[in-house]
Design a protein around this ligand. Structure first.
Ligand SMILES: Nc1ncnc2c1ncn2[C@@H]1O[C@H](COP(=O)(O)OP(=O)(O)OP(=O)(O)O)[C@@H](O)[C@H]1O
Ligand SMILES: [Mg+2]
Length: 363
């Protein structure tokens, strides 16, 4: 039957795409993407304090991936929320849920022999949404243009069909015998397929983008889920939507794959640059702190400044880094030498690692 965007797309073909061959242009992009991802991965592996800077990248990805859904939070608001329990804005909370979902997914995958299964995807969406939502059981889900309400795409229906299609996708993801395509090309087509199945009532975009990161870890292209792809998608969002449609309506895998490979190239480079800049900044701040604090220099404090750039006295106490009096003396000294900048919010004074905040805001 001819494709009709108003009817549930139960004819969505399983992967791999038939008749698809990697063009010379794709192969050139692939080589470049693989090189830059390799460089990023090597850098991550060599970090002296692995989790510290990686967590920051994961948080940035969480922020941008949520922004695609118009959950927009400022960098400041987000980092205040990370430091403080319970006072986060709704948007900041959603970003933190996204980050949690990524780690939940990673743990689950690793606990299940490194297989990326439907049940992991369900757990990811439940963590994003903080509810018990599962595979769609009823008809009526359609993707609509946010401005004029026009239907753009109607995904398959209902639960049985969705489960079948997910099982086929699961097999494609986990069985290397199914296709000899390069894993980066596979990531692109898996992302399309997941979005086209659209198994959940909401959260499909975010879950699908988490699946991308998990897949690269599964394939050992990345040791850590430092895929910062969403910064590119936010920038070229219209193309993201158009190219997904292009696959459905015109079988245009080529342009979709080129888009994802370009995103990988750009964001791997950007991430490498960000991590290098953060490393340099950490060294620079360490030196300054040693000058200012002398023998009382604390590596834990330096670490905390990078994990939670909005510091406050109570936080140092809570983390067991210093008693109130010492914490207060340290932060004042650091503020006097402009290593941190005090910022009053209501009754609380934050001491902001402003150089880190500035760096995170740069492209
Ligand atoms: N024409 C299309 N065909 C298939 N999938 C699409 C199409 N247009 C958009 N999508 C996908 O659907 C996602 C939106 O679905 P949904 O609202 O369930 O996800 P979300 O995570 O809540 O939102 P968002 O992805 O906007 O953050 C988009 O991010 C995109 O990945
Ligand atoms: Mg949504």
């Amino acid at each position: 039957m001819a494709y009709n965007k108003h009817n549930a797309f139960n004819d969505l073909p399983d992967l791999p795409p038939t008749d698809f061959v990697e063009s010379p242009e794709i192969l050139r992009h692939l080589a470049k993407a693989a090189r830059h991802i390799g460089e990023l991965n090597g850098l991550c592996a060599s970090l002296p304090d692995t989790q510290l800077l990686i967590n920051t990248i994961v948080l940035q990805e969480s922020k941008d991936s949520s922004a695609i859904e118009n959950i927009v939070t400022t960098q400041d608001e987000l980092y205040k929320a990370v430091s403080e329990d319970g006072t986060a804005s709704l948007a900041a909370k959603e970003v933190l849920n996204y980050r949690e979902a990524l780690y939940v997914g990673l743990e689950k995958m690793q606990a299940q022999k490194n297989l990326l299964l439907t049940n992991t995807m369900v757990e990811v969406v439940q963590t994003i949404k903080q509810n018990k939502s599962g595979i769609r059981t009823t008809a009526g889900t359609a993707l609509k243009n946010a401005i004029n309400g026009e239907v753009i795409y109607t995904p398959p229906c209902c639960e049985d069909v969705l489960r079948e299609k997910l099982a086929a996708l699961e097999q494609f993801i986990n069985d290397p015998e199914m296709s000899s395509l390069d894993p980066l090309v596979k990531m692109a087509i898996i992302h399309y397929q997941f979005e086209a199945i659209h198994p959940f009532a909401d959260g499909n975009g975010r879950t699908g983008r988490i699946v991308n990161a998990l897949y690269l870890v599964q394939q050992e292209l990345l040791l850590q889920p430092v895929l910062y792809l969403s910064s590119y998608i936010v920038k070229y969002k219209t193309e993201y939507y158009q190219l997904l449609r292009g696959v459905t309506e015109k079988n245009n895998w080529h342009d979709w794959i080129m888009y994802i490979l370009t995103a990988l190239i750009e964001t791997a480079q950007l991430t490498t640059k960000k991590i290098r800049s953060m490393l340099l900044l950490k060294e620079e701040i360490e030196k300054k702190m040693k000058d200012v604090l002398g023998v009382s220099f604390s590596y834990d404090l330096l670490r905390l400044m990078f994990a939670l750039p909005y510091l406050k006295i109570e936080l140092l106490e809570k983390k067991g880094i210093a008693h109130r009096q010492t914490a207060s003396t340290w932060l004042k000294k650091l503020a006097d030498s402009d290593i941190v900048r005090p910022q009053k919010m209501g009754r609380t004074t934050y001491y902001v690692n402003w150089r880190l905040m500035k760096l995170l805001g740069e492209d």
